[in-house]
Design a protein around this ligand. Structure first.
Ligand SMILES: Cc1cc2nc3c(=O)[nH]c(=O)nc-3n(C[C@H](O)[C@H](O)[C@H](O)COP(=O)(O)OP(=O)(O)OC[C@H]3O[C@@H](n4cnc5c(N)ncnc54)[C@H](O)[C@@H]3O)c2cc1C
Length: 610
């Protein structure tokens, strides 16, 4: 291991410089003028994370200054969409602060579309406002850059460090530079994990040469979950994976089409189909189907059932809206600002939405905590709102002392989106500053042994390859190591077939989950033998290990919740109904870092808003 070791001691380490991470860096400086704030980012913060390519709409803005919505309204909305189960304290807390974050984006130069009549932000829907957002990410990155003492780009963080002078307290993080190979040690008094969600844990619809084309960013490798799980943090709602109905193959967003262009869907024979499945859905979920707006998962359910009934494909009716030149322009611009590939797919398949209604599809499942889903770490809420079970001292602190989270990393907070994730980063950083100040002169103790052991583990895949490569003269199949891509395909296959992916129409049951969990455990042993031929593959190896841990957590949670709470996201074949009597609760898990055993429990859902 002739690699150089770079040490950095700081007060607050932010892991991941996406929306949550940039918000955290900005706010940490505001409250912690004298504190040392460092960001470690796997890519380059100018173009990293789910917002890398830009966005066309900010999906979470109350508009309280214009009397549009109040935070309570947003809590009701998120709760309804998630079939009753969200952390209402966290949702309210985010919603009461999100507008101020959005106003900052405008101050920093992000161009907003405005209504010609009122001068107000142009609404795409009740919660969404429209932006010219190609440069959204560089703009928030700039704010982080102006705030942090140092930003390290190209650092894949692989593990958190633990303080050895006190139980259950974080002490920093380690990782490596994906370009130079240097080993990086960040000793920190507090850590804010904001490393995004997880794609590619389930087999994607687009395989082979198209496998990089998923709805969720392919580089979101579940690190936020794995880092927290490895440290012994409790997770919540990891079963609540998300499936998206999107334009086929390019996964172009449908929000602007539904909300602004007023397009609608129909089956292959030109018929409306959601009403067909009303009785079926009502039998499964009861009155939830009568809620307005219809929860996203239930709309998916109708889509999936209609496809199973043989009346697919489902089309988006664009031909009418696209006759209006203004709407046609908006329709195309929507993709050019954030999902160019959808426009390219249509061009390559001779689809002009003015003359052809494009197909929709339901995606493979993803795990995230900021979209229409709320998987992630179990964290404390704010002191003025949270009931006892939800509060242990510092807002957004996980069940490990000094470890905070934001955005996709934190569970229970659906519908935060880009602006809400940035806001959560700010809230976490404000609390982390208080935590560090409260520590006063108390020292964090991280021994060289802890650091050395992790270093050895991190570079092992390079060693595995170097040694094992001599056993074969050509090709990629070796008796001694697995390449990251081979491991990834194994993982995706197990998750797909046993944990409710596309090939089983999102269906699973206790027996399948139990077998899936066994196979994932075997895989954990096999992944000790991952071989990485270069630094890029070393990054892939660690992404894979993080994905595996996130997957194990998803499988454990899915087994624990004995009901079908979100038909359209997944189905428990052995419990095909929603069961409010027994399961109107949040699920929690913890993996013991030493024994690797999982324990599961229920936590109450408090409805704080009428
Ligand atoms: C396809 C798609 C479309 C969306 N459309 C909209 C929209 O129209 N409007 C809207 O408001 N929101 C939208 N969102 C939601 C928004 O993008 C997310 O809510 C937000 O980006 C989440 O913030 P985050 O900080 O948790 O994750 P990200 O912004 O994804 O940031 C995570 C960061 O962590 C880094 N990272 C990952 N692993 C590591 C590691 N091991 N070490 C170091 N760094 C690491 C990543 O490189 C990345 O920079 C969309 C999301 C997706 C996926």
């Amino acid at each position: 291991m002739g690699t150089k070791t770079v040490y950095e001691d700081c007060d607050i380490l932010v892991v991941g410089g996406g929306m949550g991470g940039t918000g955290a860096a900005y706010e940490a400086r505001y409250w912690g003028r004298d504190l040392k704030v460092v960001v470690a980012e796997k890519a380059n913060i100018d173009r990293s994370g789910a917002v890398a390519q830009g966005l066309y709409a900010i999906n979470c803005y109350m508009g309280t200054q214009w009397g549009e919505n109040n935070p309570e309204d947003h809590v009701r909305y998120a709760r309804n969409d998630l079939m009753g189960l969200v952390r209402e304290d966290l949702a309210f807390d985010m919603a009461r602060h999100v507008d101020s974050a959005v106003h900052k984006f405008e101050d920093w130069g992000l161009p907003f579309m405005k209504s010609a009549e009122t001068g107000q932000y142009l609404r795409e829907g009740k919660w969404q406002i429209m932006i010219h957002g190609e440069s959204y990410k560089p703009i928030v990155a700039n704010a982080a850059r102006n705030s942090a003492d140092k930003i390290y780009n190209r650092i894949m963080v692989t593990h958190l460090l633990m303080d050895e002078s006190r139980d259950n307290r974080v002490g920093g993080a380690v990782g490596f530079n994906c370009r130079t190979g240097d080993f990086h040690v960040f000793r920190a008094k507090s850590v804010i994990v904001a490393a995004g969600g997880a794609s590619h844990i389930f087999k994607p619809r687009a395989v082979g040469e198209g496998m990089g084309r998923t709805w969720y960013a392919p580089w979101s490798s579940g690190s936020a979950y794995a880092l927290s799980i490895q440290a012994g943090a409790k997770m919540t709602q990891m079963e609540n994976r998300i499936v998206l109905a999107r334009f086929k193959d390019g996964y172009g967003p449908v929000g602007a089409y539904f909300l602004h262009l007023k397009t609608y869907t129909q089956n292959a024979y030109g018929n409306e189909y959601e009403a067909t499945w009303y009785d079926d859905t009502k039998a499964m979920v009861g009155e939830y189907i009568d809620h307005q707006p219809t929860p996203t998962c239930l709309r998916n359910h109708a889509f999936i059932q209609e496809m199973k009934a043989g009346r697919g494909p489902i089309h988006m009716v664009t031909k009418e809206a696209f006759q209006d030149p203004h709407l046609e322009e908006v329709g195309w611009e929507n993709f050019l600002g954030m999902t160019v590939s959808q426009a390219v797919v249509w061009a390559s398949q001779d689809i002009d939405p003015k003359y052809t209604n494009p197909e929709l599809t339901t995606s493979e499942p993803y795990v995230m905590g900021s979209h229409a889903t709320c998987s992630g770490a179990w964290c404390s809420g704010p002191e003025d709102l949270s009931p006892e079970e939800y509060f242990w001292g510092y807002n957004r602190m996980m069940t490990v002392d000094g470890l905070f989270g934001a955005g996709d990393a934190i569970g229970g907070t659906a519908h935060a989106f880009s602006s809400g994730s940035f806001t959560e980063g700010r809230l976490a950083a404000k609390a982390a500053v208080k935590y560090v100040n409260d520590l006063k002169d108390e020292k964090i103790d991280v021994t060289d042994k802890q650091i050395y052991d992790l270093k050895k583990a991190i570079y092992k895949p390079l060693e595995n390859y170097k040694v094992g490569r001599n056993e074969i003269v050509g090709g990629t199949v070796s008796p001694s190591y697995l390449l990251p891509i081979q491991g990834l395909q194994r993982l995706e296959k197990v998750m797909d077939e046993y944990v409710g992916g596309i090939s089983v129409n999102y269906m699973t049951n206790d027996k399948m989950l139990e077998r899936g969990i066994e196979l994932l455990d075997i895989m954990e042993e096999d992944f000790e033998n991952i071989g990485a031929e270069d630094l890029h593959q070393l990054m892939r190896a660690w992404e894979l290990k993080h994905r595996l841990l996130a997957s194990q957590s998803v499988a454990q949670h899915t087994l624990f919740r004995e009901e079908t709470r979100w038909p359209g996201y997944y189905y428990r074949g052995d419990h095909m109904k929603l069961d409010d009597e027994n399961w109107h609760c949040l699920t929690l898990s913890r993996r013991d870092p030493k024994t690797r055993e999982w324990t599961m429990e229920k936590a109450p859902v408090y409805h704080l808003v009428d």
